[in-house]
Design a protein around this ligand. Structure first.
Ligand code: OGA
Ligand code: NI
Length: 355
């Protein structure tokens, strides 16, 4: 069995979960000196804003909306508790995700692809055909909305996968729509503004699988990036590894049990006309324990036309900060390059130079 293949960037033998744990790191995973240095300069995040979804119901809503506005504006992320997603479903999802990655490779090879246009796929790294440095990650990704249209493309092994992931996706959609209503309100927009701006809406679920890595100082699990969707809602396991960038420095996000980690993504930065910023984040490896994270990426359907909300444009002395584009145009630009943090710049309205 070829374990250190990597001759072809598109080969399934690049999967980290192909066989037994890798004992050495192939040179293709070695990060730059600058990135290595940045791994040494990380502090623990002292504060994670907590949004209690129950506080958004009833008479405490105005205060809760204000708290949410501050979290989005000043941090770009928050933790959500009392979110209504059942603990049993969260646990079942994590379990079936793990079982999927423990399956013998023969049982999942049919899902392997490096073509991002394939909506249900098992892959590795980020964009294997474009990047020079590989990321220490395998992932399974599939669309979830509408459920009936997509569920048959999902893995049917483990046998409970579709049932568990279907329930998880349904509850996550409900949670996300509540958050999008509250976020719309926090921007002074109609409650359904963002949900409508996303057209038929795209809900994509991903399972990130990070096996232990023999050289955590020399590799990244996932390099620095912002997410291309609108809002990301992540379930983490008990192993930490997520880092966020704030004011130019990296911070470890503590592992959260029972809560979801939510971050602002690119389309929300555009719709809010820069009022809320897409969060720069990355994931690091460790040599001891595998780690699983399950992000739900909620965003526009491919044909939705995304642009800054008119009332937020009117309120900004610079007018619109972004041109309008379809989500399909955005994604094709996003995937035309290696993983970087600057896709949004491509869609900025040029600002007059001040002297
Ligand atoms: C992602 C991501 C971070 C993590 O999949 O986009 O940022 O903690 N994952 O796995
Ligand atoms: Ni991300």
């Amino acid at each position: 069995m070829v374990l250190e293949g990597l001759d072809s960037p598109t080969g399934a033998e690049n999967l980290l979960s192909w066989g037994e744990n890798k004992l050495s790191v192939h040179p293709k995973y070695l990060i730059s000196d600058e990135e290595r240095q940045s791994l040494k300069e990380v502090s623990m995040l002292a504060y994670v804003p907590v949004i209690d979804l129950q506080e958004l119901d009833g008479s405490s809503r105005p205060q809760a909306i204000e708290k949410l506005r501050k979290a989005c504006k000043e941090h770009g992320y928050f933790e959500v508790i009392n979110h209504g997603v059942s603990e049993a479903i969260m646990e079942d999802m994590m379990k079936v995700a793990d079982e999927f990655f423990q399956l013998p490779v023969e049982d999942k090879l049919h899902l392997f692809s490096t073509d991002y246009r394939k909506r249900t796929l098992l892959s590795t790294s980020f964009n294997a055909t474009k990047e020079a440095t590989m990321h220490w990650r395998d992932y399974l990704r599939h669309p979830c909305n509408p459920l009936e249209e997509h569920i048959n493309s999902w893995p049917n092994n483990p046998p409970s996968y579709r049932d568990v992931a279907g329930k998880y996706a349904t509850q996550l959609k409900e949670l996300t729509l509540k958050l999008l209503e509250a976020i719309s309100e926090s921007l002074g927009l109609e409650k359904d503004y963002i949900a409508k701006a996303l057209g038929k809406q795209n809900q994509t679920m991903q399972i990130n699988y990070y096996p232990p890595c023999p050289n955590p100082d020399l590799t990244l699990a996932l390099g620095a990036h912002t997410d291309p969707n609108c809002l990301t809602i992540v379930q983490h396991d008990e192993v930490s590894g997520l880092q966020i960038m704030k004011d130019g420095s990296w911070f470890d996000v503590p592992a959260l049990h029972g809560a979801f980690f939510v971050n602002i993504a690119d389309q929300l930065q555009v719709i809010s006309n820069g009022e809320y910023k897409s969060l720069v984040h990355r994931a690091v490896t460790n040599s001891r324990k595998k780690r699983i994270s399950i992000p739900t990426f909620y965003g526009p359907s491919y044909d939705a036309e995304i642009k800054p909300a008119a009332s937020l444009v009117a309120a900004n002395v610079h007018g619109p900060l972004y041109v309008s584009f379809t989500f399909e145009q955005f994604l094709s630009h996003f995937y035309s390059q290696k993983l970087i943090t600057t896709t949004l710049q491509h869609f900025e309205v040029p600002q007059p130079q001040s002297n």
